[in-house]
Design a protein around this ligand. Structure first.
Ligand code: ATP
Length: 520
């Protein structure tokens, strides 16, 4: 086997290269690009739509197909406006904003402070490194001086953090502004400290329902899919004869008017969530919360990426509706960030819907012979973030033994957009016809790509770049011995295999059964 060297890329380089690769190979385009795009909105191209669908399917199969007590629904994006009053989104789904009067640029006040503090911390860390070097060089006086400065700065930062946390908790926007002034934070565009007051800004998009403006009422584009599940809780429970504990799963679009929208598809204004609300008997919710933490991390690990890329982040400050919450964080090229949230939401949502609708949201428990509002444990993952996590892990640049390079997407085969590429060596002598015959057999089960343009080497590279796990090459010998060359994307190994065995071989390599089996 030939030696392959994987290029080590910095996080920044990796992220930049992934973004341009996504565009070049039809994974992701900027929305309305011909009009210079729409900020933080993206379109999935022909490759991206397939990968996204496969990720969504894998989640759905693991949640709904493998669990007899979980069913799936597809609720509308528009919901009765009172829904968002009951859920707390009308009153409390806010970001604190501040504008610079000179540049007119708008910032999230909390992000301005956090980023400023992070910069100071980075400076301190550098000082600490320097101090360590001085210590090694026995320059004790310098070491002590640096150490004292570091400790003093660290104390200042701790004080700011406490002040900032208290201000946010007390919703004291004047104090948030004062912290920005005290820290002497300047606008990155104008360079001035000419700030407006801090205001709360609701993240929900609103629109009008109805054709005549006098008759219309304001409705919202849902900021999360969960409420569509809550308002259908009794419909599903009754028609599906569901017994507690049971879950309702849903995938779909959500919309948030994010102010600091950046990092490509990590933070978008229109994105897709995959959520599951699990309804349990009150008092058992923390047990189920732990169980869902274990189940969901096992699902992430089943994708086959290194386990060191994931970690839990337990929430210390809980949202008003939760009695336990954590994030599953993934190490993106820009660091560990939230990929999925797991929340024990108590009976907050159902109780509020009962209150606002005047309709009982209770379950009759035949074993207890009692009615109660169930408690809920939620798992909520962003499909776009999962997509980005997959690409961050799969994108690899390699230097081959002959000096050439290749970019390969090592996407787990069961998730790859195309599973098989069918490649006649030349465009004549009956090879295309034979290739089509093979393609026609395989395409009943798998998404296959037929390609006859360019040299075979170039075609292999293209298939590597879109992550196709198997290439089948049909050559003149195929017509005599009914065998093709099967090339493996990751190892680049080639073997001759009989056409009759292809269906089984392909199935064994790309089927998701092996992954699902790990979850049972
Ligand atoms: P963050 O703290 O990053 O803003 P969040 O805590 O507000 O996220 P949740 O409300 O818990 O997120 O939503 C559940 C999941 O939906 C998140 O774990 C994330 O994967 C995804 N998600 C949330 N906001 C966005 C967004 N603007 N763009 C893409 N995905 C998102």
């Amino acid at each position: 086997m030939s030696t392959v060297i994987t290029r080590k890329l910095s996080g920044e380089e990796l992220f930049r290269n992934i973004i341009s690769h996504c565009k070049e190979y039809g994974f992701i385009f900027q929305s309305s690009e011909i009009y210079d795009g729409l900020s933080a909105v993206y379109d999935y191209g022909q490759m991206g739509a397939e990968l996204k669908k496969n990720l969504r399917d894998y989640w759905w199969k693991a949640m709904v197909q493998l669990n007899e007590n979980i069913v799936g629904i597809d609720a509308a994006i528009f919901m009765h406006p009172t829904t968002w009053k009951a859920s707390g989104h009308v009153d409390a789904f806010n970001d604190p904003l501040i504008d610079n009067k000179d540049s007119k640029k708008r910032y999230r006040a909390d992000v301005l402070i956090e980023e400023h503090v992070a910069k100071i911390e980075a400076k301190i860390n550098k000082e600490v490194e320097k101090a360590a070097a001085r210590f090694e060089n026995f320059d004790e006086a310098m070491f002590r001086a640096t150490n004292a400065r570091v400790l003093e700065n660290q104390k200042k930062i701790d004080e700011i953090n406490i002040r900032f946390k208290n201000a946010l908790e007390a919703n004291d926007l004047a104090e948030v502004k004062q912290i920005i002034l005290d820290l002497e934070i300047t606008c990155a565009v104008s360079g001035t400290r000419n700030w407006t007051d801090v205001r709360q800004f609701n993240l929900m998009f609103s629109t009008q329902l109805g054709s005549l403006s006098e008759e219309s009422s304001t409705i919202y584009l849902r900021p999360e899919t969960a409420q569509g599940i809550f308002v259908n809780f009794l419909n599903v429970q009754k028609t599906g004869r569901m017994k507690i504990p049971f879950g309702i799963a849903q995938t779909g679009k959500a919309f948030r008017n994010e102010i600091v929208a950046r990092q490509f598809i990590f933070r978008m204004r229109e994105f897709e969530q995959m959520e599951m609300q699990f309804f349990v008997k009150p008092g058992t919710e923390l047990e189920w919360y732990e169980k869902w933490k274990t189940t969901r991390i096992a699902w992430h690990h089943s994708l086959g990426f290194p386990q060191s890329k994931y970690r839990f982040h337990d929430h210390i400050k809980l949202a008003h509706y939760a009695n336990a919450a954590c994030d599953i964080e993934f190490e993106f090229p820009f660091g560990f960030k939230e990929l999925e949230g797991i929340h024990s939401r108590t009976d907050f949502d159902l109780r509020n819907h009962e209150h606002y609708s005047g309709k009982k949201q209770q379950y009759f428990d035949p074993e207890e012979n009692a009615n109660y509002i169930p408690y809920v444990v939620e798992t909520s993952i962003g499909l776009d973030r999962l997509f980005l996590a997959t690409l961050s892990q799969a994108y690899t640049e390699e230097q081959l033994e002959d000096g050439s390079t290749r970019v390969v997407l090592r996407i787990p085969p069961f998730l790859a957009p195309y599973k098989v590429a069918v490649l006649p060596l030349v465009k004549k002598d009956g090879l295309p016809e034979k290739a089509r015959e093979i393609m026609d057999r395989l395409k009943l089960d798998h998404l296959c790509l037929y390609e006859e343009k360019d040299s075979i080497g170039k075609r292999y590279r293209r298939m590597d770049a879109i992550g196709t796990p198997i290439c089948l090459t049909i050559d003149h010998q195929t017509l005599e011995d009914h065998m093709v060359t099967l090339r493996d994307r990751d190892s680049m190994q080639q073997e001759r295999v009989a056409i009759d065995r292809l269906a089984d071989l392909v199935h064994a390599r790309v089927s998701l059964q092996r992954q699902l089996l790990q979850l049972i």
